[in-house]
Design a protein around this ligand. Structure first.
Ligand code: ADP
Length: 168
């Protein structure tokens, strides 16, 4: 049984994340999407809300599990008996940070292998931050996140004073 952990903030999950999850599912028997609890990042959505959105987005994938954790990723991987960590690689800008983390994680636990997967090129410039920013101004992000997430974003930003444009 080969298990991979796909860690991240997922605030909220986007089609880019889902693309990576689908690819990981073809390689591993079990993929655990693990929400990393990092209050320093001041997430827009609670862990429960993020979990709910990932569950809705992966309902059709039988070998996906959604979980949350805090602490060292390699220790979490050990706890879950995972052999691999999945990370998505978008543009070159991701590379340096991802390489540093992968090498550090290997120093900490040699038994866990980091696997990088590339999304479809249409998602290469997509991240959760840009989705939140556009949605906060009332912009259309329907091509970037599933309907369920779209509704959650609308709820969060309903009545947001930023929506619309005005000259100052
Ligand atoms: P972000 O980088 O959007 O703030 P996360 O911390 O949730 O998101 O990212 C978790 C993992 O998913 C990281 O490995 C990140 O590179 C990857 N990822 C995020 N967005 C995409 C995307 N559009 N395509 C491929 N991988 C992505």
């Amino acid at each position: 049984m080969k298990t991979a952990i796909y860690p991240g903030t997922f605030d909220p999950v986007t089609y880019g994340h889902i693309d990576i999850i689908e690819r990981a599912c073809t390689l591993f028997d079990r993929v655990i999407v693990a929400i990393a609890q990092n209050p320093a990042k001041k997430p827009l959505f609670s862990v429960d809300e993020r979990k709910e959105m990932i569950l809705a987005a992966t309902r059709n994938l039988k070998n996906v599990e959604v979980d949350a954790f805090e602490g060292l990723l390699v220790e979490y991987a050990r706890l879950r008996k995972a052999q691999a960590i999945i990370r998505g690689l978008r543009a070159v800008s991701d590379f340096e940070y991802e390489l540093q983390m992968a090498l550090m994680n290997r120093n900490l636990n040699e038994d866990v292998v980091t696997v990088f997967l590339m999304p479809h090129e249409k998602y290469v410039y997509l991240n959760s931050s840009i989705v939140k920013e556009v949605a906060s101004y009332g912009g259309d992000v329907s091509q970037l996140v599933p309907d369920f997430v779209l509704r959650k974003l609308r709820e969060k930003f309903a009545g947001n004073a930023n929506a619309g444009v005005k000259r100052l």
